[in-house]
Write a protein that binds this ligand. Structure first.
Ligand code: CMC
Length: 420
């Protein structure tokens, strides 16, 4: 692992790599924890690190984050450069192969993805069986899990089979999301268009008509920005699952369940609810100040790793301005800017800035997506990163199994049920 891939010098870090502990810190309250046998000559006690905020559990060459400087790179290339110049498909190739493709390789890669766009007939039927009032993230988690039953290679652990499954998962997820949305709205399915990009085919399936180039590109950029992000909670969940030598479908299902939470991928939908609740420019200041006074979180702000501006938000802020103007949603953008201004006065000193979810909410809304499809959009993109991390984990696997600090009683008596 390169020096750049380590965390800031000032951070107290416990590195628990696949096969050895690099460094370990003494912390209060760890004396009573069990010792772990490391090697014949080295023993160390686990340290208590709530939320694993200061623990490195794997080495990775996929994405690099410098939280203090606000840098995000995929395989060394800045996110801003990728968002400006690349496409989602090319970024997926980059994440999966750790290099940019030559033109012919990219064309072949896109063709292989497109060949996997459609779903087995039973999957379309399964979508029809979903309750129409189910949340799309519940539907997505269930349907991705179900895909395993239609894949003869589901339990083949070879790297080649895992790559093919990654491709299928990436290619079929848009049809699951769009198919469920059409089902709940009582409209007929639109099959994927195997001549289009992932973003283009998805929007065609969702809306029943081809998107404009601007709208397709806007979604493509959002997919690029969300594709990977170090060991975020859902990626960790995927790596934990695959580290048990379970399968790719189980790992991605775990990840989707984890992404759903409002502290993670669910925040983009919450941002939109907040904007709707605020309703007007005049209401912004009292609303935000009251929220902070009540010690409530303002969704779309703050990050476990970034204590500077999230570089994805930096890009989206400018990008969204144009998308919102082009689609008649300027007011929403102006409201977001005002919220940011107030938050800057109130909490920027604490290192709380907008994160990727803040401006992506306005972008998705401007693209005409329903609010509860915002988090599925995040999943559709992040599958690229989850799959890359699963394959990387398996290449040098060690079961991920941390400790818990037990705080319950000892030597308690068993009281028979009739005497309790
Ligand atoms: N609004 C107001 N105060 C906040 C916020 C926020 N959004 N985020 C953190 N704080 C405050 C928090 O109250 C605490 O203050 P104090 O020290 O006075 O008690 C301080 O900042 C540190 O908070 P923390 O919870 O210890 O920090 P964390 O690193 O555990 O939290 C976070 C990271 C993302 C869970 C948190 O910032 C948050 O809840 N944000 C809102 C939800 C959100 O937007 N999530 C999307 C994250 S980006 C997309 C992704 O990668 O998944």
């Amino acid at each position: 692992m390169s020096d750049r891939a380590t965390v800031r010098e000032s951070d107290p870090i416990v590195v628990i790599a696949a096969s050895h502990y690099h460094r370990e810190l003494e912390r209060p309250g760890t004396e009573s924890l069990p010792m772990i046998q490391q090697t014949e000559t080295q023993q160390s006690a686990p340290v208590f690190d709530k939320g694993l905020a200061n623990t490195i559990v794997a080495e990775s060459e996929i994405s690099f984050i410098d939280g203090a400087k606000g840098i995000l790179e995929y395989v060394g290339i800045g996110i801003d450069e990728l968002a400006r110049n690349s496409t989602f498909e090319e970024v997926v190739f980059l994440l999966w192969n750790r290099r940019l493709p030559k033109a012919a390789e990219l064309a072949a890669f896109i063709k292989s993805i497109q060949a996997e766009y459609d779903l087995p007939e039973q999957m379309w039927e399964l979508i029809r069986q979903c309750p129409k009032d189910a949340g799309p993230m519940h539907a997505l988690r269930t349907l991705v899990s179900a895909l395993a039953m239609f894949d003869a290679e589901a339990d083949d652990p070879s790297p080649a089979a895992n790559q093919r499954k990654s491709m299928r998962l990436l290619a079929k997820t848009p049809a699951l999301i769009a198919g469920f949305d059409r089902h709940r709205k009582g409209t007929t399915f639109v099959k994927p268009d195997k001549t289009m990009t992932i973003a283009g085919s998805f929007l065609t399936m969702l809306n029943g008509q081809k998107p404009t180039r601007t709208v397709e590109r806007a979604l493509d950029v959002c997919l690029i920005l969300h594709a990977d992000h170090g060991l975020n909670a859902s990626t960790f969940a995927a790596r934990v699952t695959i580290s048990t030598l379970s399968d790719m479908y189980s790992a991605i299902t775990s990840a989707i369940g984890t992404l759903k939470g409002p502290l993670h991928g669910g925040a983009n939908e919450e941002v939109m609810h907040m904007l709707n609740e605020i309703g007007s420019m005049e209401n912004i200041e009292p609303y935000i100040k009251n929220k902070l006074a009540r010690k409530e979180r303002v969704m779309g702000f703050g990050h476990r790793v970034y204590k500077a501006y999230d570089p994805r938000a930096t890009y989206l802020k400018t990008f969204t301005k144009q998308v919102a103007a082009d689609t008649g949603n300027r007011k929403l953008y102006e409201m977001s800017r005002k919220i940011e201004e107030i938050m800057a006065k109130e909490v920027a000193a604490k290192g709380i800035y907008p994160n990727v979810d803040f401006y992506s909410a306005t972008t998705y809304f401007s693209l005409g997506l329903d609010l509860d499809l915002f988090t599925p959009m995040f999943a559709m993109s992040r599958i690229a990163g989850w799959a890359a991390h699963c394959i990387e984990q398996l290449a040098d696997n060690k079961l991920i199994r941390p400790h818990v600090k037990y705080t319950g009683p000892h030597n308690a008596a068993y009281v028979p049920v009739e005497k309790r």
